[in-house]
Design a protein around this ligand. Structure first.
Ligand code: PLP
Length: 398
């Protein structure tokens, strides 16, 4: 039979499907809360000043576009490693960590997954229930069986911590545990410091392999505070995988800038790991693109640009906080019978709002307000102009 005739249609990406529906909607008052992107108060994806300045510096050089090394731009890898683990950390000082530039956070996860499949082929992967919708597909496509550990508790609108801890306590040694370092996507519910202490203890003593996904550093409580979990895991010793992304924190979505870092127990072990990781990269895409990495490296290693980045990132974080607070206080006024206080406890761009699938459908059909079926809304898509429309529509469907 002809090769292509047996190919069936793949299901649509649920999140990208929302944006397709939104784009086709003619209502001028439409609002897209289904996205995973930070919008400024004008409803636009910002181009950060620090990025503009770094690009101006790069533009003046008119440098040739040679291939980067397989593991990426050296200045980028160094700056990212210091950001992720801390320049003064033992892993960095003792050269026990390796960092490879990756095609966004997604690319970093895929590199880690492919690497793990080569060296831990029989391990299984555990992700939170729920998790970023691509985690499961990504690890499955690398050949792993993917399981869920309990995470979100709809009744408390928080973390089912005892369920999570129980699951960690019963996984076979060597299991790969994917954890959101901060700003859990999709729920917005993060662990407390004390809960992390318990998770780190179980993961370490039971010989589980932690894989921290940090796609939103700086969107929770600040760059340092959000990265603390990574440092604490590194201090605990043992194998550690960290994927990070600058898509959101630099508003550089389309440049695809991320990295995979791995902490090992010695410099010699780290060198062996890097040599094997390079084979994974070489057979995937050979080496990463140059521009985004140069922009981020320039910002991170130029003190005044770095200062500017930290201020601009703080601006995004504070605006999201303000939107959370406004969302809660306006609903308190309009729908006093309902308690939305949990929204201000959540961290990052997202909120599991508690809206049901039926309510989400009504918001879309009656008001052209688009959210994810699960009730996930992107708080970063709210602004001073659309929030009242959104609040009135939600009040009407409650
Ligand atoms: N991990 C999580 C939890 C995310 O939410 C995202 C993006 O939405 C990613 C990874 C992927 O990041 P990137 O767009 O840089 O590939």
């Amino acid at each position: 039979p002809p090769l292509f005739s047996a190919i069936t249609m793949a299901p649509r990406d649920p999140i990208l499907g929302i944006t397709e529906g939104f784009n086709a909607d003619q209502n001028p008052a439409k609002v897209n809360l289904g996205v995973g992107v930070y919008y400024d108060d004008n409803g636009k994806v910002p181009l950060l000043e620090c990025v503009k300045k770094a690009e101006a510096i790069l533009m003046e050089k008119f440098a040739p576009r040679t291939y980067l090394p397989i593991e990426g731009l050296a200045a980028y890898d160094k700056a990212v490693q210091e950001l992720v683990f801390g320049a003064d950390s033992a892993v960095v000082q003792e050269k026990r960590a390796i960092t490879a530039q990756a095609i966004g956070g997604t690319g970093a996860l895929k590199l880690g997954a492919d690497f793990l499949k080569r060296f831990a082929p029989d391990a299984q992967v555990w992700i939170s229930d729920p998790s970023w919708e691509n985690h499961r597909a990504l690890f499955e496509s690398a050949g792993f069986t993917v399981n869920n550990y309990p995470y979100y508790d709809a009744s408390t609108r928080g973390v089912n911590f005892s369920g999570m801890l129980n699951a960690l306590n019963t996984m076979p040694a060597g299991s790969i545990v994917l954890l959101h370092a901060c700003c859990h996507n999709p729920t917005g519910a993060d662990l407390t410091d004390d809960q992390w202490t318990q998770v780190i203890a179980v993961v370490t003593t039971r010989g589980l392999v932690p894989f921290l996904d940090m796609a939103y550093q700086g969107f929770g409580d600040g760059i340092e505070a959000d990265g603390k979990v990574v440092r604490r895991f590194a201090e605990a010793g043992g194998a550690l995988f960290v994927s990070n992304s600058f898509s959101k924190s630099f508003s550089l979505y389309g440049e695809r800038v991320g990295a995979l870092s791995i902490a090992a127990s010695s410099a010699e072990e780290a060198a062996r790991i890097m040599s094997q990781l390079k084979r994974v990269i070489r057979t995937n895409y050979s080496n990463p693109p140059i521009h985004g990495g140069q922009v981020v490296a320039t910002v991170l290693s130029t003190p005044e640009l770095r200062q500017l980045w930290e201020e601009e990132l703080a601006g995004m974080r504070i605006r999201i906080r303000e939107m959370r607070a406004a969302f809660v206080s306006k609903l308190k006024e309009k729908a006093p019978a309902h308690n939305f206080d949990f929204v201000t406890q959540q961290r990052g761009m997202f909120s599991y709002s508690g809206l049901t699938k039926e309510q989400v459908e009504k918001l879309r059909d009656n008001n052209s307000i688009y959210a994810v079926d699960t009730g996930r809304i992107c708080v970063a898509a709210l602004n001073k102009r659309n929030i009242d429309v959104v609040i009135d529509a939600i009040t009407a469907v409650l």
